[in-house]
Design a protein around this ligand. Structure first.
Ligand code: ADP
Length: 486
């Protein structure tokens, strides 16, 4: 099968969150299964700099686009996934991240930027550039690619379309004047297409007009069909129920492998679990905390936004401190949260270490060195860090939501007896519910190091590799081709 995977970010070229991990690893897994999956990305400076062997492929004519656009061809990452890059310096040659200026504000022309990206992808797959490769399926991801399916709707001989929702909280909403300015076909301003309560919604376009739609875990697929998680799109998702499903993400087992991880102090596996301690001591040293293998060490990595429940961690911090444990954190985002974290690391400097920023290597060392990983998300479409944690024998403490509910088995008498327990799961988005799970973890850790090791090693033996998920995606592609959903 020939698949074109359209994304606004992909590791190892450019990453702000989990979408990049998926775009960096699902195509690799598909190609290992002997399919031909190629990536297409916007030409941000990092992409132009880090892609392998980029060369000019075609000059792109887009009617509404006055500035020059070129299509480049090369490959991405160590597995050399074939890559196309939309080189449009006017839109993409900027500092900051793909969506925000260096000051942390949305680029004011994000609608224009990603409309151009979608238009180029649509022109590509309708063979308007005379290329010698055409996909059977175009796999679009998140709102930045939400206009691809609408631009293809009504085209004869278009490829099949799959749209994946990685996070419904980010929708690409703009006013009607923006819709007019973009010069999109008038018929798309309709409640059955892009119009959402008198606004232009990119994500709605992907959901309403793709042959198949999925999200990144079975539980999140159920959750977003409710008013609590659906942001007003629950009705549309229910309407598309027969063409909508949840497929759990995998993780990159080469990149996240405690036996061969170039970022960590000591390699280890489930069989040599005790060597994990050396990573704990190294991490305590790196954060300037007292080095003591017996102290229970909690960790957090992630964007500092309301979704992730970092405020709940702040609520349980006094309890963690009273227990004599340590906490290390890595993240960036909301300035108030960054400030609060810096304050607590000053206040409890011998017990709490905080690094504000983005640091790939440190994220590996936290996964390798901690005993427990905190993930009290309000909602979590899939979540990757709990899967990295399981693979590194770091016991996750998670809220029962989205992909967290699908990947962590709570410690209770039944799961302990049948050997399936892998972490601590709590239900409510409040400090006392989180504290219940944290206290359980503290007591469990103290009671028996053997039982703790069994728990951690059970997590390490779970299989979250991409192979199974890639098979699910292949089935989705095939049904989208055989039975178009529109
Ligand atoms: P989301 O996509 O909502 O941010 P995910 O758990 O799906 O959450 O994916 C987040 C990814 O970004 C993970 O690979 C995580 O390790 C990484 N990450 C987040 N913040 C940081 C940071 N400050 N430094 C390094 N990696 C980070």
């Amino acid at each position: 099968m020939k698949i074109l995977f359209a994304s606004s970010e992909a590791t190892p070229l450019i990453k702000t969150g989990g979408l990049a991990d998926v775009a960096g690893s699902l195509p690799v897994a598909l190609n290992h299964l002997d399919h031909d999956c190629r990536l297409i990305l916007p030409g941000y400076p990092d992409v132009l700099k880090k892609a392998n062997d980029l060369q000019h492929l075609a000059h792109v004519e887009i009617e509404q686009e006055p500035t020059p656009v070129n299509l480049l061809q090369g490959s991405c990452g160590p597995h050399n996934v074939p890559l196309y890059v939309v080189d449009a310096p006017h839109w993409f040659d900027r500092p900051g991240n793909p969506y925000l200026s260096p000051e942390g504000l949305n680029w004011p022309d994000n609608a224009e930027r990603f409309t151009l990206f979608c238009r180029v992808v649509a022109a590509f797959v309708m063979n308007r550039m005379g290329l010698d490769w055409q996909p059977d399926v175009i796999h679009a991801n998140d709102w930045q690619t939400g206009l691809i399916a609408p631009l293809l709707s009504g085209e004869e001989k278009r490829p099949a379309t799959l749209f994946t929702i990685h996070n419904l909280a980010y929708q690409g909403l703009f006013d009607q004047a923006t819709f007019m300015r973009l010069g999109l076909p008038d018929h798309l301003w309709s409640y059955t297409a892009l119009e959402f309560h008198n606004q232009l919604s990119f994500i709605k376009g992907g959901i309403a007009l793709s042959d198949r739609v999925n999200t990144v875990s079975p539980t999140y697929a159920e959750e977003i069909k409710t008013a609590e998680f659906g942001y007003g799109l629950e009705g549309l998702l229910i309407h598309r129920e027969n063409h909508f499903s949840g497929v759990l993400n995998g993780i990159d087992y080469h990149e996240w492998d405690p036996q061969h991880d170039k970022h960590i102090a000591a390699a280890f596996s489930a069989e040599s679990f005790r060597k994990k301690q050396q990573n704990k001591l190294a991490l305590q040293r790196e954060y300037g905390l007292p080095e003591d293998a017996h102290i229970q060490l909690f960790g957090y990595i992630g964007r500092l936004v309301d979704q992730k429940g970092v405020d709940l961690i702040l609520q349980v911090l006094p309890g963690i401190m009273d227990s004599g444990s340590q906490l290390v954190m890595l993240g960036s985002g909301d300035k108030d949260l960054e400030h609060s974290l810096e304050k607590i690391s000053n206040r409890y400097h011998s017990r709490v270490g905080v690094f504000i920023g983005y640091d790939e290597g440190l994220s590996h060392r936290i996964e390798a060195g901690c005993d427990c990983f905190l993930m009290p998300s309000r909602f979590e479409p899939c979540g990757l860090n709990q899967m990295f944690s399981l693979r590194y024998g770091t016991v996750p403490i998670v809220r029962r939501t989205g992909g967290l509910a699908d990947t962590v088995v709570d410690v209770d008498p039944t799961s302990l007896a049948n050997g399936t327990a892998t972490g601590f799961v709590f239900d409510n988005t409040d400090g006392s519910s989180l504290w219940g799970a944290v206290e359980h973890a503290i007591n469990f850790y103290r009671r028996s190091s053997t039982d703790w090791e069994i728990l951690a090693r059970t997590g390490m033996q779970q299989d979250f590799s991409w192979e199974a998920s890639a098979q699910h995606y292949l089935e989705l592609y095939q049904t989208a081709i055989d039975e178009p959903g529109l």
